[in-house]
Every structure is written in C-alpha cells, then in structure tokens.
Write a protein that binds this ligand. Sequence first.
Ligand code: ATP
Length: 236
Amino acid sequence: MVFTVSAKGLSKSFGRKQVLDKLDFEVGKGVTGLLGPNGAGKTTLLRCLATALRPDHGHITAFGLDASDRSQRTELRRRLGYLPQDPGLYGHFTVARMVGYIAILKEITGRRQREEEVGRVLAEVDLTEHASTKVKKLSGGMRQRLGIAAALVGDPDFLILDEPTVGLDPVQRMRFRELVSALGESKVVLLSTHQTEDIAAVCGRVLVFSAGKIVFDGDTGGLGPTVEHGYLRLLA
Ligand SMILES: Nc1ncnc2c1ncn2[C@@H]1O[C@H](COP(=O)(O)OP(=O)(O)OP(=O)(O)O)[C@@H](O)[C@H]1O
C-alpha cells in the first residue's frame, strides 16, 4: 500500500484572489510543517486535504485514494483526523461526551470500545482529570488539547493539525511535541504553525508558503542556522 498523501496541480481561488497556485507535493510518514505568513494559504490547503473544501483544479490522493471520487473520499475521511483552526466544540457537553460524540461520527459504535477510545485520547493530551468538566469551563489551552484529542480519535493514518500549539503553556507545548513526534513514526502528520521553534523541534520536513506557492521544501537544516532565520530570509 502507498503510504503517502499527494497534491498535483492544486489551485483554489476565492473570487479573483488565487490562494493556492498549482501546488505539487507529496508527503509520507513523519511530521511535515507548513510555515507561511498570514493569508499565505495554509488553512486553505489543509481544508482541501481534509476534504472540507474542494479545490478548483488539481488532484489530492491519500493512500491511493482519490479525493475527487465520492466513495474513495469517504474511505479517505475514515483515515484522517483534522484539527481545524476553530474546532466546533459544544460548550454544554462534558469533555468525555464531546470526544464520545466525535467517536460516534467516526463510526466507533460499540459503547465499551468508544469509552476506551475516549479514555485513550484524553490521556494522550493530559485531560483525563477533566473528563467530566463542561467544555465551556475549560481554559483556551485545554480547549486546544481537547481539539487535538478529537483529531486523534480512531487512530487516523493522516493527521492534519492547523495551528495546534496556539494557547498551549510551555509544559503542554513540550508534551505536544513529544506526542506529535511519536505519532509521526507511524502516520503522515501535517501541521501548520507560526512557531518556528515547534517546526525545528518536531518536523523532519518543512514546506514554506508564500502567496499560494511553495517557496521552500526540504529538511529544517536546509533553511539555515535556525528555522526562523531561514524563514525570514525566504520572505524578505
Ligand atoms: N471562505 C473564504 N472566502 C473568501 N476568502 C477566503 C476564504 N478562506 C480564505 N480566504 C482568503 O484566502 C487567503 C488565504 O487564507 P488562509 O486562511 O488559507 O491563510 P493562512 O495561511 O492559513 O493564514 P493565517 O496564518 O492567518 O491562518 C486569505 O486572503 C483569506 O482572506
């Protein structure tokens, strides 16, 4: 089985603004970071890859499944976990109920199996002791961790994380880096962030975006002495 996700000739415009401009890339197992200034098109690309947004042109294929084909897209969705920038969490649900609900959407229908999965993903993000807390009572960083837990439900092969470290305190950021590094050993992980230190710490590869095009694709060492230095130089 091909364990890669690829985009070929991917373009997307909103009105007259071209946000993705004929992108071509392939990512395999490991953690790949997306870096780019505000408005560069990172979220648009991640939404296309998560099959939440249709590109105007081009093809997305994941694990040999064609995202433009309805039945293959359904199969692809079973294999992906997506943390959007604004995960739609229900404030009046408890943390466990919220994740349990996601588990139902991900077709984990057996009650015991669902409870085990909820317990597993909450432990991954250090939220076990808040399982009974209402979502609306969580801090911003805890909500972010809940969003990450939701993306991990069902142990997806392809994990898409849009600014996953926003709002995390230093301890949780460190925990997150360890978690993502471990996940990258068996999964395709794509994450967007403005934190160049996160990229340097966890990403084997980085794609730098500018105005809808990839202006750098390589390992973090290829950016120069530091990721931040190389990134700023590319955008200058
Ligand atoms: N649904 C939409 N309708 C119209 N324009 C949109 C829509 N979604 C995104 N855009 C525009 O597309 C461009 C790229 O946005 P996108 O959110 O993909 O960038 P980004 O790189 O993720 O930025 P940030 O770092 O600020 O999150 C922006 O100019 C944005 O205003």
